[in-house]
Ligand binder design. Structure first.
Ligand SMILES: [Zn+2]
Length: 156
């Protein structure tokens, strides 16, 4: 694993342990070149998912992007980070078990809303209000940038 700080390729694993109830392995890594420390997570990837936007464009599913939008919706909410990780893994597992590798972005949005609704009402409202505005445009990047706490009125 390449060091994210200096680019050195040969980093060392200092510690490995199960995380997220054994859904992933958390590894603490150390870079002997610059002394940098970082963490990686290893997860099962059942298949490569492709997101189909409403304009028909295809895009590789990006777990980080999904995670970003969910974390923004949950900002300053009293939810444990570990619970958020579990929730995101749960969503990804659901997507992977749909039996299709091509998934409409709309379906992903609905699964996220369903999950958020069970966990935190405020986060759900934040996500849903922004999501509904962007359903037509279906531009996820724009959607994520719009989904900032100061762009919502949920907590005011
Ligand atoms: Zn380094």
């Amino acid at each position: 694993m390449r060091c994210p700080f200096c680019g050195h390729i040969d980093t060392q694993v200092k510690d490995s342990r199960p995380a997220e109830e054994h859904v992933s392995i958390r590894r603490r890594r150390f870079c002997p070149a610059c002394g940098g420390r970082f963490t990686t997570y290893e997860r099962v990837q059942l298949r490569d998912l492709v997101v189909i936007k409403s304009n028909g464009r295809r895009e590789d599913f990006d777990r980080d992007k999904l995670e970003r939008s969910i974390r923004i919706a949950l900002q300053k909410r009293p939810i444990e980070p570990e619970r958020v990780d579990q929730m995101i893994s749960g969503i990804v597992r659901r997507l992977e078990s749909l039996g299709e590798t091509d998934i409409p972005s709309k379906q992903i949005g609905e699964i996220v809303m369903e999950t958020l609704a069970r966990i935190d009402t405020v986060a759900y409202v934040r996500f849903a209000s922004v999501y509904k505005n962007f359903q037509a445009a279906d531009d996820f990047d724009k959607f994520v940038s719009e989904l900032r706490p100061d762009a919502t009125t949920a907590e005011k």
